[in-house]
Design a protein around this ligand. Structure first.
Ligand SMILES: N[C@@H](CCC(=O)N[C@@H](CS)C(=O)NCC(=O)O)C(=O)O
Length: 221
């Protein structure tokens, strides 16, 4: 398997698939395509006739693009890794909440681009704009608290796709000093402590690329 991703410091969609594969112990090679620095991602898109976006997975001659499709593919190829929970009702909840991340939370995504190595603070106006998204995340975490599920620190007990989908939200909440809920804080602590997340952070900290538009969106503290 070969995973194409972009900047570890900034590329939230790359992190989602990468962390899912690492925590599930799925072996893969990776290539970083820094799309603001050269045309390597455009060339990949042209080569496979797909959008010039990461992540992209190459597996046994198949090209799989878009983070959620990649993770569905992995769940099918590796059923024993339980990327989706075993319980049908928990699986439905995990799928809905993963899809909601995929298509929603636009204000949070725009105001707080993922930036693993910086601490920033938003203006009052920006905070007001994302308040609804933060409240929605708190409500989703409360839903997971209220259902029957296996033991564990993650949304469905064991780490799975739904946790991977919200991994960049962990960096946003910590990095911009946002307030969601105590349940979210417990989950974020477990996410950050994952050795695989620390591996990602170490690589992000070593990257030399700096994207001005991601840095200028809020004040660094
Ligand atoms: N819905 C897509 C979004 C992918 C996406 O927007 N990727 C960004 C990087 S985080 C990208 O490749 N941007 C390239 C560009 O805008 O040129 C997915 O889930 O994979």
């Amino acid at each position: 398997m070969h995973l194409y991703i972009a900047y570890k410091n900034y590329s939230s969609w790359s992190l989602r698939t990468w962390i899912a594969m690492k925590v599930a112990n799925i072996p893969f090679e990776e290539t970083i395509l820094p799309f603001y620095h050269g045309d390597s991602l455009d060339k990949l898109g042209e080569r496979f006739a797909i959008p010039a976006q990461v992540p992209v997975l190459e597996h046994d001659g198949a090209i799989v693009w878009d983070s959620l499709a990649i993770m569905e593919h992995l769940a099918e190829v590796y059923p024993d890794r339980q990327l989706w929970p075993e319980s049908a009702s928990l699986r439905t909840l995990a799928r809905c909440v993963s899809s909601e991340m995929h298509s929603g939370f636009m204000n949070l995504r725009q105001a707080c681009p993922m930036n693993c190595r910086s601490n920033k603070r938003l203006s009052k106006e920006q905070l007001a704009l994302i308040q609804g998204d933060l409240e929605r995340i708190a409500a989703l975490w409360a839903k997971f608290e209220a259902v029957d599920k296996p033991e564990g620190d993650f949304l469905c007990g064991q780490f799975g796709i739904v946790d991977a989908m919200y991994a960049p939200v962990m960096w946003r909440v910590l990095g911009y000093g946002l307030d969601v809920s105590p349940a979210f804080n417990n989950w974020a602590k477990a996410m950050k402590a994952l050795p695989e997340m620390q591996e990602w952070l170490a690589a992000a900290q070593q990257e030399e690329w700096v994207l001005d538009e991601y840095e200028a969106c809020a004040e660094t503290v």
